[in-house]
Design a protein around this ligand. Structure first.
Ligand code: TTP
Ligand code: MG
Length: 400
């Protein structure tokens, strides 16, 4: 079967996962760290665990979630660095922006991974593989980072593909190769099967995903309840192929920013800090576009993926981050969104018009709040134009 017909009647799902993400970011910022074992998570003596480590450190047996003390024993000469959330989240957003250039259907799933539905766009690039190479090259040349990619007709198979040839991998599993790809793998490689399930399956003589595919659904139901038959179906290549894109409006009618939390959270500090950051970015875009807005929309994706939006239209036009933040915060609290963990929040402004001069009476008073805000905004915009978007933040604002 040739490339042209290989995907007919199927969705083409791409999963991208950055390699040794936090450690790779440290290595890209500091050339002295390149080629060396780098362990992220704290000092050698700290009581915490390893967040991640470079592939050089993995050669010594170090891995994520290992106690720092053990890592220090295995690899005493590694470079130890503390985690620094802002940097990683910033790059995470940049990488998502690269992905959005290739497909409008991008679903971030964690700080360093995302799904893309490339069904409608891959032909433009000469095929899914060429599209993936273009993405990988963009990320490498822009940020000095490598990513691993899996492409398959189903989400879970694409994810298995991206992790099956790390680092810097590219694994394309066409629909006619799905069984070949899955069936030779140990049953524990299937999404959702943990060590205890592996033990039970192995006891029943089911060692590979292929064994599971040929097992009776009734028997699996006895072992695992309703999950059992679902596992057999997965082993046969059935699964979800729906990418839940999180859209940000880029047209002139609205603008905004959103971000997915590293871990679902209901921590007010974390959520409000991010909200301030997003308000600030939105305000900056609004000012760059020469517009002012009257409506603020808060978007919240809950842990169960349910998307809720709430909007408020104000009596006066605004462009300052303070108004955006204050309104979004009120919507967040009024609707009790912090009662449950949140997966993603976004801030959007609409009802735009070209920015006008301040009210007449303001012109005569240098120190009205609006004039003061204007001067501060100009100063901040100037700094950002010169030194980049992330050069300055409001205290308390952050990405997680
Ligand atoms: P992962 O994608 O799981 O790991 P990774 O990118 O470091 O390495 P790999 O090449 O195997 O994908 O996680 C992404 C980042 O999330 C990781 O760089 C650090 C952070 N993280 C933690 O802080 N603690 C953890 O236990 C894990 C698994 C990840
Ligand atoms: Mg990763």
């Amino acid at each position: 079967m040739n490339e042209k017909t290989a995907w007919e009647g199927h969705r083409v799902i791409l999963h991208l996962d950055m390699d040794a993400f936090f450690a790779a970011v440290e290595q890209s910022i500091n050339p002295d760290l390149r080629g060396r074992p780098v362990i992220v998570g704290g000092t050698k003596e700290s009581r915490g665990v390893v967040s991640t480590c470079s592939y050089e450190a993995r050669n010594y047996g170090v891995h994520s979630a290992m106690p720092m003390k053990e890592a220090a024993r295995l690899c005493p000469d590694a470079v130890y660095v503390d985690t620094s959330g802002g940097k990683y989240s910033y790059l995470s957003v940049q990488i998502l922006n690269v992905l959005k250039k290739y497909s409008p259907n991008v679903e971030p799933v964690s700080i360093d991974e995302a799904f893309l539905d490339i069904t409608g766009v891959y032909k433009r690039y000469g095929g899914p593989e060429k599209l993936a190479i273009a993405i990988k090259n963009d990320i490498k040349s822009e940020y000095g980072l490598t990513a691993s990619v899996g492409i398959a007709p189903k989400r879970f198979i694409a994810k298995m593909g991206s992790s099956s040839d790390k680092p810097n991998g590219l694994v394309v599993i066409t629909p006619n190769r799905v069984k070949q790809f899955l069936w030779v793998k140990p049953v524990g490689h299937l999404w959702g099967i943990g060590p205890k399930a592996v033990e039970a399956l192995n006891k029943a003589g089911i060692m590979t995903i292929g064994d599971l595919a040929k097992s009776s659904e009734a028997m699996l139901k006895k072992m695992f309840g309703i999950m059992g038959p679902a596992l057999v179906k997965m082993a046969n290549g059935y699964g979800d192929d729906d990418v839940r894109a999180s859209h940000v409006e880029h047209d002139a009618k609205s603008m905004g920013h959103e971000h997915t939390f590293f871990k679902d959270t209901d921590n007010p500090d974390e959520v409000l800090g991010l909200l301030l950051y997003l308000s600030d970015r939105t305000s900056r875009r609004l000012r760059q576009s020469g517009n002012e807005a009257r409506t603020v929309t808060l978007k919240v994706r809950k842990a169960d993926f349910k998307l809720v939006t709430r909007a408020r239209t104000l009596s006066k036009y605004f462009e300052s981050e303070k108004v955006i933040y204050r309104t979004a915060k009120e919507l967040l609290l009024k609707n009790r969104f912090l009662d449950n963990p949140i997966r993603l929040i976004g801030v959007n402004v609409c009802n735009l018009r070209e920015r006008r001069a301040p009210d007449d009476q303001d012109l005569f008073c240098e120190n009205t709040p609006r004039r003061r805000d204007d001067r501060l905004d100009k100063l901040l915009d100037g700094l950002r134009d010169r030194y980049g978007e992330e050069s300055i933040f409001f205290a308390g604002s952050h990405l997680t």
